[in-house]
Design a protein around this ligand. Structure first.
Ligand SMILES: [Fe+2]
Ligand SMILES: [Fe+2]
Length: 325
């Protein structure tokens, strides 16, 4: 499938990427009557944590992230997307890289995995995750690689409205000592790395509210940090401090979602496990990580969603890639 470059006027896109934008289907009118049947297939995956070279010493982080399988997992998934599922759209929910506090290495790794993902033949988009931002520390730098004017944007496709919400860097974030003291095995730099990329900017919250107000189509929202409340008991990463598994300013986002009639589902990642939660009558789906050593047996989770939409019904199939060692 060739994605044609269209002018912004021709597209139902707000603050969207310059390229790889799905063209508006010829028979689709914005705000179309929902009596007309609309169908769409979406493939959703996340938390690739690509790392070019695993260090000799494997700590508690890399013991759990099987980064050595990131390449083969992504290759296998791209092959399935292009030749088997042939969806209308594919979306990644962030954490493309496992950052190493090394700007050049992280930037090269981000470019490498982004270039690989460009082999997806359907329209493809990604959210920005905390590991993508932690060392690179600039959303603009990532946006220039992704060729996005802005990593928070929305667009319409096949009678559905899609919203991609990315967080931004907060300078000089303050963390209470009582929180810092909870993390025995983690450096302060790592903890600050989480907190500083955990919020959506005020400007983009305002944009989000206006965008939803304008929208008349069934809507899907995609973000990296979790939105639904969850104490994350039993979660390898966030049981110790559930707040860092969730979006910092999630309450205001959820208040907007709660009042909206068109939001069908919200998808997030980051917590490296897969579950469905419901809050205020809205469904929140948390998707796990492709490379997570989920059962501590050295086998990557390989999880991804096949999402089938028909009118206002949603069917989600959870799949797992199996990698031959
Ligand atoms: Fe992650
Ligand atoms: Fe994350």
């Amino acid at each position: 499938m060739v994605i044609t470059r269209l002018s912004r006027k021709q597209l139902a896109v707000n603050s969207g990427p310059r390229v790889r934008i799905p063209p508006t289907p010829p028979n689709f009118e914005k705000g179309a009557n929902m009596e007309n049947k609309t169908k769409l297939k979406l493939i959703l995956f996340s938390d690739i944590h690509y790392l070019d070279k695993r260090p000799k010493k494997i700590d508690w982080v890399l013991k759990r992230k099987l980064t050595q399988y990131a390449d083969v997992l992504v290759d296998t998934l791209i092959d399935k997307i292009n030749n088997e599922f042939k969806p209308n759209i594919s979306i990644c929910l962030g954490d493309l890289i496992e950052d190493q506090f090394n700007y050049d290495q992280d930037l090269n790794n981000y470019k490498y995995i982004w270039n690989k993902l460009k082999r997806i033949k359907t329209p493809f988009y990604s959210v920005i995750g905390n590991h993508d931002l932690r060392t690179i520390e600039s959303r603009e730098t990532l946006e220039s690689i992704m060729e996005y004017p802005n990593a928070t944007f929305s667009f319409d496709l096949e009678g559905y409205h899609f919203i991609i919400l990315s967080t931004d860097i907060i300078k000089n974030v303050n963390i209470d000592d009582s929180i810092l003291n909870k993390f025995k095995n983690i450096s302060k730099e790592e903890i600050y790395g989480l907190y500083k990329s955990q919020c959506i900017s005020e400007k983009e919250i305002k944009w989000f509210k206006e965008d939803l107000n304008k929208n008349k189509l069934p809507c899907l929202i995609f973000t990296h940090f979790g939105l639904a409340e969850d104490n994350q008991a039993g979660n390898y990463w966030f049981e110790i401090e559930p707040e860092v598994g969730l979006l910092g300013n999630r309450k205001i986002i959820k208040d907007i979602i709660k009042k909206d009639k068109n939001v069908m589902a919200v998808f997030s990642a980051h917590q490296h496990w897969t579950k469905k939660l419901n809050e205020d009558g809205k469904d929140y789906y948390v998707l796990g990580s492709l490379t997570e050593n989920i059962n501590d047996d050295g086998i990557p989770d390989g999880v991804y969603f096949e999402v089938n939409l028909e009118d206002r019904t949603i069917e989600i199939k959870e799949h797992h890639l199996i990698i031959k060692k």
